[in-house]
Design a protein around this ligand. Structure first.
Ligand code: 3SK
Length: 514
């Protein structure tokens, strides 16, 4: 049964109705927004979107830094029944254009620091009509209307949200696939409420006095839950930080705002430990939260011993919208992802599809829960392999331990997670093969000293060409988002292959481990 429900209203004006109007919702570089101010701003920007012709269910793409405009933009799009599509700010203009075209967005909003990528993408997206930049100068893209954020704020604020249902589409989040072609995971308004009522309420025990700070940005599923959905669902406060993750700066924010929940991932906790900051900086943190990659036990113990708070490691996915297996406060099993989050079922299956009931036997992890996306936009064949009735195949190999906790054993396919972000080897390989000196290229993940995967390229030179590994890395950096670049390029005479010519990646992994 469908009911009228609008997630943006749930996260903004519902809090005002509940008496939280004067509480601080957002803390950002230029000050704060109370729940009343946020609600007014959402209604104003929502009116602006309607004024430029945004229709319910149409996509609004946002390529923006974590700040009050991005938070407002996401909520305003959902408020008018449109679909918010926060896009990675790490993408090149060409990569961003792929998302704009795939989503058929008619409006893109960007922060000035991403103006180049946004205008490059806009020039290559036939469905786009409006390009908005949050600075003072409107963008100039031939054939498009260029607007500033203030232009969007001139219409009379809307008085009420569009009458979306709980089932209406609210949010698309792009995730890269094995082929490197990004897939838009489609989430409904009800999915947003579900992750707030399950993980945030029942694992983190979030309440109005919490202050959240997330290293993962709002364009990630992990970040949008941490910095927007969870705090606003309970009248708590979110600290929005537009700059890139930096341990010293983030520690300053923790101390300045009295952060109670500090969300990061292994690629942040390692440098935070190395920064050796004063323990008092973290006096207000009641828990750290980690996702993206399995948290090495060394980091759990190191952060607890140095800074005095325990990190709750968990696993989630863009498709599930947030974390569905998690450690819980006071009952952490270091080296494991913890226990199924209330509201989710998890299951291990053998390659023949049979379900593993006992402990100790590894299998493919499946998850079921109400927040699973309705599928990937226009990707029928992938949908048919990933979604099976209530269940979703995660692609992760797991094992259930005798104490009931679950441990990640790695990926079942060749996709890598680098710094918590999916990297498709085939996408990096395709870029490598554009290099004039390279005949063949294979990218694998090689674990660093903490067991965290880093992309390494094995390349074969074209006859007569000389390969300069550092120059090849720079070549990749120029054509791909920087996090996808190989950290090391190794030249080989030939790649290991099966009798039928298939590349044996496992032999490269063995070689790297030797
Ligand atoms: O990578 C994860 O574990 C994760 C956690 C929460 C939301 C989204 C993701 C991908």
């Amino acid at each position: 049964m469908t009911e009228l429900f609008n997630a943006a209203a749930y996260l903004s004006e519902r809090r005002v109705d509940a008496g939280d109007g004067e509480r601080i919702a957002l803390r950002h570089p230029r000050g704060t927004h109370t729940y009343s101010q946020l609600t007014a701003e959402v209604r104003r920007v929502a009116a602006g979107l309607v004024a430029i012709g945004v229709r319910p269910e149409e996509r609004v793409l946002l390529c923006m830094a974590d700040d009050v405009e991005l938070a407002t933009g996401i909520l305003a799009a959902m408020y008018v029944g449109a679909v918010a599509v926060p896009a990675s700010t790490m993408l090149t203009g060409g990569e961003l254009a792929t998302l704009v075209r795939d989503s058929r967005a008619r409006v893109i909003v960007g922060s000035p620091q991403f103006a180049d990528a946004v205008t490059t993408a806009a020039a290559d997206a036939p469905d786009l009509r409006h390009v908005v930049l949050t600075g003072d100068t409107p963008p100039d893209v031939p054939g498009m209307t260029g607007l500033t954020w203030d232009d969007l704020r001139t219409a009379e604020p809307l008085a009420a949200p569009y009458a979306t249902w709980d089932e209406s589409p609210a949010l698309w989040l792009y995730t890269s696939g094995t082929t490197g072609r990004p897939k838009g995971a489609m989430h409904r308004h009800t999915d947003i409420r579900y992750v707030c009522e399950t993980y945030a309420a029942q694992v983190l025990g979030m309440g109005p006095d919490d202050v959240c700070l997330s290293v993962a940005k709002l364009f990630f599923a992990y970040g949008i839950g941490n910095s927007l959905f969870f705090p606003l669902s309970v009248g708590a406060s979110s600290v929005l930080e537009p700059s890139r993750p930096n341990p010293t700066l983030y520690a300053e924010r923790v101390a300045a705002h009295g952060v109670t929940l500090f969300f990061g991932g292994p690629s942040f906790w390692g440098p935070l430990m190395a920064a050796d900051l004063p323990r008092e900086t973290f006096a207000t943190v009641r828990n750290g939260v980690s996702a993206g990659e399995a948290l090495p036990p060394r980091m759990f113990h190191g952060v607890r011993d140095l800074y005095g708070f325990e990190i709750l490691d968990g696993i989630g996915s863009t498709e599930a919208l947030h974390i569905f297996i998690s450690n819980v406060p006071g009952k952490v099993v270091p080296g494991s992802s913890g226990f199924p989050v209330p509201g989710y079922e998890v299951q291990l299956r053998r390659p023949d599809g049979s379900v593993i009931d006992g402990t100790g036997e590894p299998g493919m992890l499946y998850v079921a829960g109400e927040s699973l996306c309705t599928g990937y936009w226009c990707r029928t064949s992938v949908n048919r392999t990933v979604f099976h009735g209530e269940w979703m195949r995660t692609g992760d190999q797991y094992v259930r331990n005798s104490d009931g906790s679950w441990t990640c054993l790695g990926r079942a396919d060749d996709v890598l997670k680098v710094g918590g972000i999916w990297v498709s080897p085939s996408e990096v390989e395709a870029r490598l093969l554009e290099h004039p000196a390279l005949a063949e290229a294979v990218v694998i993940g090689v674990p660093d000293e903490d067991g965290l995967d880093k992309p390494v390229a094995y390349v074969v030179a074209r006859p007569g060409s000389v390969v300069d590994p550092d120059e090849v890395v720079e070549f990749c950096r120029a054509g791909l988002a920087a996090f996808k670049r190989p950290r090391l390029v190794v030249q080989v005479d030939e790649l290991p292959r099966t009798a039928t010519g298939k590349i044996q990646r496992y032999r490269l992994r063995e070689r790297a481990a030797a």
